[in-house]
Design a protein around this ligand. Structure first.
Ligand code: GLN
Length: 536
């Protein structure tokens, strides 16, 4: 049983400063020094999870092995640390209140008035310590979503104050991430917003132990001294976080600034062992010095917000580095595609990925794109809805099943080649009820997917309600669309391929959730390779 220590990461001045990346970078350095570390995100919104959120609101919904629908920061945690997260790693205000209200209904509070303090804060503290209490981790890093001063964040900051006091100063510390804006007209970096945000934190009874300062320009010694003086920290505890070309530079930047060392000192843990970033830097070296480039079209309906496809674009970075290729993504809005303009819009692409999604908007454009890449031998990867579009396209244009569709889009279609799963038929609630999380899949030996994975049994994460309709299996197979991956227990078709095409793969699952810096996903690696081959 380890004596787990806690690091809280709060944010000030503005949102989008990259708390998740700072948390993940610190965790990486600690991990590479030999500590076992995990990261947790507390989200101050009232949804139970982001599964019901439109991607325009909150970016991608990330899915863990245990089927939790979570914040996209968990994707960064996994990609940096190369270890899986779970439901316990992401807690929302909605989930906290739901747990407290359920207890109240059961009568667990024995007639007491249920209040934010202590009941909500107790539940928050309990959720923070669930990971620590497993005994698996030396250090748990907890990122508090939102910005200090928000009404929504108050109970979290209060829970942090209590925990810091209860656990003692060597066992729990607070890193406050802020912005040091640069006023071009004055030619100066300004510390005042940081001073105010620290003041706000201190009004809630929390003194930050470390300041991490996002900045476009290097912080001079005198600025660091000023920040230290006004913010109640030592000068060494003021860490500069300068803008980086890639998020994957940040662990090195934080090492050079000594963030991990400062943290270990405060937690009274040894910093004797240096972090071993060889494998990480090997990736960075390849990522920054590509020998070739390919251009891949990403067709989706949320392309205005790249965060909606975060795991996919990161997977291309990992797979690109593995192939020493720079992958340029051409973001293509599915609603803007028609039979007429597809040749123009897809011109010059070396591969096409049709993205996951829900609902009818933009699906005809996706289907047109599939027709084009199928007929022109352009490498294709369809993910979830993208795979379903490939099945529908083949049904309509090769099998001649006119207006074949998914029952998600047309419940009375004559040819429901994609249909609702049996287990989903009587479900009415939308939240947390899809087929979620990791499921096994058995691969056909003679296939592109087997060549990619090099193993027969794989496990991949899912998030869908509709599935390939096995009633059409024979028709599809006879015409050359082969099911090369099947769930061994339920016979659900998970992968389709066209053997007569250089690389045409559709997967019902989401490979992008499992790609990490140190383990680029085999399917993305093969896809990028196929795109390069197509180009040359
Ligand atoms: N909307 C489809 C389904 O529910 C696909 C989901 C997805 O792409 N994640 O089956």
């Amino acid at each position: 049983m380890k004596n787990t220590k806690y690091v809280f990461v709060t944010g000030g001045v503005t949102s989008s400063l990259g708390k998740g990346i700072i948390a993940a970078s610190l965790a990486k350095l600690l991990q590479e020094r030999g500590y076992s570390v995990t990261i947790q995100k507390l989200d101050p919104y009232i949804n139970i999870d982001p599964g019901t959120l439109n991607p325009y609101e909150h970016g991608e919904c990330y899915v863990t092995n245990d089927g939790a629908e979570t914040d996209l920061d968990l994707g960064h945690y996994e990609r940096f640390l190369n270890i899986p997260t779970s439901q316990a790693n992401n807690v929302t205000t909605g989930r906290i209140y739901q747990a407290v209200i359920d207890k109240e209904r059961r009568g667990d509070f024995l007639g007491k008035t249920v209040q934010v303090i202590p009941h909500i804060t107790d539940e928050i503290k309990h959720r923070i310590q669930i990971l620590g209490n497993t005994g698996e981790f030396d250090i748990v890093i907890t990122e508090i979503g939102g910005t200090v001063g928000d009404i929504e964040s108050l109970p979290y900051v209060e829970a942090v104050r209590q925990l810091k006091w209860e656990l003692g100063e060597n066992n729990a510390i607070v890193i406050h991430l802020t912005l040091i804006p640069y006023l071009a007209a004055a030619g100066e970096l300004k510390t005042k917003p940081t001073q105010h945000s620290v003041k706000m934190l201190m009004q809630s009874g929390v003194n930050p132990d470390v300041l991490v300062c996002r900045t476009e320009h290097h912080l001079s010694d005198s600025i660091k001294r000023k920040l230290a003086l006004f913010c109640n920290v030592h000068k060494d505890d003021v860490i500069e976080s300068i803008d980086a070309d890639t998020i994957y530079d940040v662990p090195n930047f934080m090492f050079n600034e000594g963030l991990d060392k400062v943290v270990l000192k405060k937690l009274t843990l040894s910093a004797d062992r240096k972090p071993n970033l060889n494998a990480w830097n090997n990736f960075l070296q390849k990522h920054k010095n590509p020998k070739h480039t390919v251009e891949i079209g990403l067709i989706g309906k949320y392309v205005e917000l790249h965060d909606a496809y975060k795991s996919i674009s990161e997977s291309f970075i990992h797979a690109g580095a593995a192939n020493e290729v720079k992958v340029n993504i051409r973001w293509i809005h599915s609603e803007e595609l028609s039979k007429k303009n597809v040749p123009e819009k897809l011109k010059g692409l070396h591969g096409v990925l049709v993205a996951p999604g829900f609902g009818e908007r933009g699906i005809e454009g996706k289907i047109e794109a599939v027709t084009y890449v199928r007929e022109h031998n352009i490498p294709f990867l369809g993910i979830c809805l993208g795979m379903q579009m490939a099945v529908i396209e083949f049904a309509r244009n090769v099998l001649g099943l006119e207006n074949a569709n998914s029952t998600e889009m047309d419940s009375s279609t004559k040819y429901p080649v994609i249909s609702i799963m049996e287990a989903q038929k009587n479900i009415t609630d939308k939240g947390g009820t899809m087929r979620l999380g990791a499921w096994d899949c058995k691969l056909e030996k003679n296939s592109n997917v087997f060549k990619s994975y090099q193993t027969e049994l794989i496990s991949e994460r899912h998030r869908h309600r509709y599935e390939y309709n096995n009633e059409y299996l024979k028709q599809f197979t006879d015409a050359g669309l082969i099911a090369t991956g099947v769930n061994p227990e339920t016979n659900l078709v998970e992968i389709i391929e066209l053997p007569n095409h250089p690389w045409f793969v559709g997967v019902q699952y989401h490979p992008e959730y499992k790609s990490t810096v140190l383990n680029p996903h085999p399917l993305f690696v093969s896809f990028v390779k196929a795109c390069l081959l197509y180009k040359t």
